[in-house]
Design a protein around this ligand. Structure first.
Ligand SMILES: [Zn+2]
Length: 216
């Protein structure tokens, strides 16, 4: 896994090293909005916001998610955002170049498995974020999109979910057959179909998302 983490570090290319940052969640901080939680922490306790990337991995994907932690007045970093599973520290790469100001910042994603389907999943995860970046954020839980954009969004979310449940098995037990049940190899089935659809769909989606990796 160390060399995968190194690949993430190299892709992000921050001026800082990757760190282990302690996590003590504040009761007012929300999993889905680290920026608001850290802003509130600064209001209550002083210090400042440190932007950067939270690094985490599954059995098929290593991801860096744009993230904010709190820097105390004496310069110590602390994550105040609750995590989706119990942990007392996170892996974090500080990065001063990308400041969250309402423009969404896409995750950095590295294929850990070597499977072709994971390469395509990464493209689809990016595409979903690119579609969402064209919606209008009404509040924390509401993103408004045109009908056409909403249809595209649902289509690629569904593709992504099919792939994730297929990849939910141990990675060396993932069969070569496509997830759609056609019994053809993935490489000769949805790998081709997906790219035909993506080629057609991507033209209508302006690129408003900040992303460090280029896919198209
Ligand atoms: Zn298929």
């Amino acid at each position: 896994m160390d060399y995968i983490i190194q690949k993430i570090v190299d892709t992000i290319d921050s001026d800082y090293e990757i760190l282990s940052v302690p996590l003590r969640a504040e009761h007012y901080a929300q999993f889905s909005n680290c920026y608001a939680g850290v802003t509130e922490k600064v209001r209550r306790s002083g210090g400042r916001v440190q932007y950067g990337w939270l690094v985490a991995h599954t059995h098929f994907l290593c991801e860096a998610v744009h993230h904010a932690v709190w820097e105390s007045p004496d310069g110590a970093l602390l994550d105040v955002t609750p995590y989706h599973k119990p942990t007392d520290s996170i892996l974090f790469i500080p990065d001063d170049r990308y400041i969250y100001d309402g423009v969404p910042i896409d995750n950095v994603r590295i294929n850990v498995s070597g499977k072709l389907i994971v390469d395509d999943f990464i493209i689809i995860a990016h595409l979903v974020e690119r579609i969402r970046a064209n919606g209008i954020r009404k509040d924390e839980s509401r993103l408004v999109m045109s009908f056409e954009l909403g249809m595209l969004h649902n289509k690629y979310v569904n593709y992504g979910q099919s792939m994730v449940s297929y990849l939910g098995k141990e990675i060396n037990k993932v069969p070569d057959e496509c997830f759609c049940g056609s019994s053809k190899p993935f490489a000769n089935c949805h790998h081709i179909k997906l790219w035909e659809e993506i080629d057609k769909d991507i033209r209508g989606i302006p690129d408003k998302l900040i992303h460090l990796q280029n896919y198209f």
